[in-house]
Design a protein around this ligand. Structure first.
Ligand SMILES: NC(=O)c1ccc[n+]([C@@H]2O[C@H](COP(=O)([O-])OP(=O)(O)OC[C@H]3O[C@@H](n4cnc5c(N)ncnc54)[C@H](OP(=O)(O)O)[C@@H]3O)[C@@H](O)[C@H]2O)c1
Length: 186
């Protein structure tokens, strides 16, 4: 579902796989479909994926046992689950409470703070890794950036641009560990 991303990342890491932590996702309805996706990804990353996530909780009761087997065999280091919408957070919370995953991926930015209610507190309580998607609100937070004067108080913290401030807002929260901004323009 993410086009050629997995192949591109695999090619970029050729000869230096050990320098990176790779996270990817399974997004499948059936065991066979999930198995095929995972085998393909493992082939691209030297047989190891550091964080394997179930995308949008899709068929998680079916996909999780497959990922658990791979974790037991050492091909996957940590298991996670993602969802992008607060209406799914009850189900996500239920999965977190099973103790079967080590990480979650959720949206979090100054315009979308639903995870503050109970997802982030529970993740901290359970010691789960938290990957934050949509750190710039899918770009909505970048259309009217504060002035350079307004950003001045953040300079001592190494922050000189508005996107940096938004990333720091997430990463200075000890309950959050990774932010994944997207860009077409490196
Ligand atoms: N269901 C899910 O699991 C789910 C749902 C949503 C998102 N995600 C993931 O979350 C990540 C982020 O999602 P997103 O693209 O929706 O949101 P985002 O990272 O909050 O925002 C991306 C937008 O910010 C702009 N941008 C990035 N860096 C910038 C910079 N330094 N200065 C100015 N503009 C900048 C990009 O424009 P340019 O391209 O022009 O730089 C793009 O329009 C992605 O990796 C995505 O795969 C997952």
């Amino acid at each position: 579902m993410y086009g050629a991303s997995e192949q591109v990342l695999g090619a970029a890491l050729e000869g230096r796989r050990s320098e990176a932590l790779v996270a990817t996702k399974v997004w499948a309805f059936t065991v066979e479909e999930g198995q095929a996706q995972v085998e393909r990804a493992l082939g691209l990353y030297g047989g190891v994926v550091d964080l394997y996530q179930i995308h949008n909780l899709r068929a998680w009761t079916i996909q999780l046992p497959l990922l658990e087997e791979l974790k037991a065999s050492g091909s996957v280091r940590a298991l996670g689950a993602t969802h992008y919408t607060p209406s799914a957070f009850d189900e996500l919370r239920g999965l977190m409470l099973t103790g079967r995953i080590g990480a979650i991926q959720v949206p979090y930015n100054p315009l979308e703070r639903d995870v503050e209610l109970d997802i982030l507190p529970l993740a901290a309580e359970l010691g789960l890794g938290v990957v934050v998607m949509r750190p710039f609100g899918s770009g909505n937070l970048l259309s009217t950036p504060p002035s350079a004067d307004d950003l001045e108080p953040l300079r001592p913290f190494g922050v000189t641009t508005w996107p940096q401030a938004l990333l720091k807002w997430i990463l200075s929260d000890p309950r959050c560990h990774v932010a994944i901004p997207a860009t077409k323009s490196p």
